[in-house]
Design a protein around this ligand. Sequence first.
Ligand code: GLA
Length: 582
Amino acid sequence: MSRFAIGEHDFLLDGEPFRVLAGALHYFRVHPDQWRDRIRKARAMGLNTIETYIAWNAHAPRRGEFRLDGGLDLGRFLDDVAAEGMHAIVRPGPYICAEWDNGGLPAWLFRDGAGVRRSEPRYLDAVREYYAQIAPVLVPRQIDAGGPIILMQVENEYGAFGDDAAYLREVADLTRAIGITVPLTTVDQPTDEMLAAGGLPDLHRTGSFGSRATERLATLRRHQPTGPLMCSEFWCGWFDSWGEHHHTTSAEDSARELDDLLAAGASVNIYMFHGGTNFGFTNGANDKGRYIPIITSYDYDAPLDETGHPTAKYRAFRDVIAKYAPVPDEEPAAVRPDAPVFDVALDRALSLWDGLELLGAETSVDHLPTIDELDHFGEFTLYRATRPIEAPGVLAFHEVRDRAQVFLDRKPVGVLSRDHGERRIALPHGGVLELLVEDQGRVNYGPRLGEPTGLIGPATLDGAPIDAWEAAPLTWERLDELADRASAHGSAAHAGPGVAFGMFDAPAGRDLLLDTSGWGKGVVWVNGFCLGRFWSRGPQRTMYVPGPVVRETGNRIAVLELHAGEAVARFVAQPDLGHTEL
Ligand code: GLA
């Protein structure tokens, strides 16, 4: 059995100084059949460790349930890391930020008012349950039990959120109580305030930053007087948000920063080594005064791109690492091959209104419920005012989270968007009022973490309350039945809201890239696997279809279009993540 420890100056592996050269790779953002390939490519870049967060809410869609199957098989992921001869760092949160829905915290946790990231009994009880659920996966996979795990992190950049030291103490003690024996760390942005508030004396402090390494390491040293210096999130790229440009950073500059870090003797975790994709409805959002949801791609301009191919940054980092550590001879192919190019007619379609009872059941309520009150925590909810509106007027809500399409007698009237601060709309006439509300991703950073979503009341018409509502939480589990009910249509266009379907053959197991530039806003599935959301406002113009979901024949694509699009799915050769700033 090996041992991993924190020494006076270095990490110690079986008593010998050891530099951690880690790369972040989130198992929940990569198809499980591609984990091995991505891990192997990390080793080929010269890394010796894979770091992952654990996304609590992905495992626990409902309280009491804890899924470890398919893409959530964390044990398999860690075994893949070990099989590739790599070590592992695990960051279970409970809060992870990570541009992930609610920063990884399950939305059900806050339904009854549990505290957020503080020593509040209901919150801590749930965290205790979660730690009991991950213990059987993690404890036997620690290095001193023969597994790959060498380090574990407590919370995440807590100094940027709060200063409840008793809470950090609870999480650290809980980590030990479930049987974690490897050294524990914290991470904070390198300011004196955050480093002071985000750590405890017995947890090893590390920093998160992507530039000015020498200065940041000096700040960290003031708060961590002994032991190895570590940048636990070396930001070598950045995430993208809808409506903004695609972020890129220069490979040369980033490699120079990495060189500075390594020259100073520091350990590193490259965030991200490979970002992957926010498949399904897993993206988070920021709200620093304006709500801005994260896009589907989590390419991050990382060394390994979203499709799993090395970039110029990969080669630049590999060269830097080679100055300090042995790098294997094997090097992955430098050129991304073209993906198969073909078009698929979306020749069957079903209006949302004609499939409603396959999507969800209605609940009558006497007030306007949040989505959380419906115990839904899903992405789409249809609200209907029980009594028809009688005359034109101004419809207003306290807040719309996050986007509501407004219909009168099932004809579109307009959209209320949280990111525009909109909460009032003029209704041109009376009729049955319905709102199709999308949760575009819960906030993952800052004070709005954990807030409920949906329509936030009161709802009024010309100032008079509208208090009788029906709400239908919508789910997409019955796509097959929706497809059976869809009817043939020969139109070149697809009018939403509704789902359009097409069938296609393709080289089995080959990655595909779906061009979304002919569509408005919506969601795509291939063979029932949800690729995520698309939106004409960009920046991303293509979506990644992982090879393992593609079959030789009989593939079905389903496109939920909320507005209007072309009735064709175009597969293209290369990804297009959109315009950059320069
Ligand atoms: C912080 C968080 C990460 C991530 C990055 C930005 O460092 O700790 O989870 O959100 O910011 O990508």
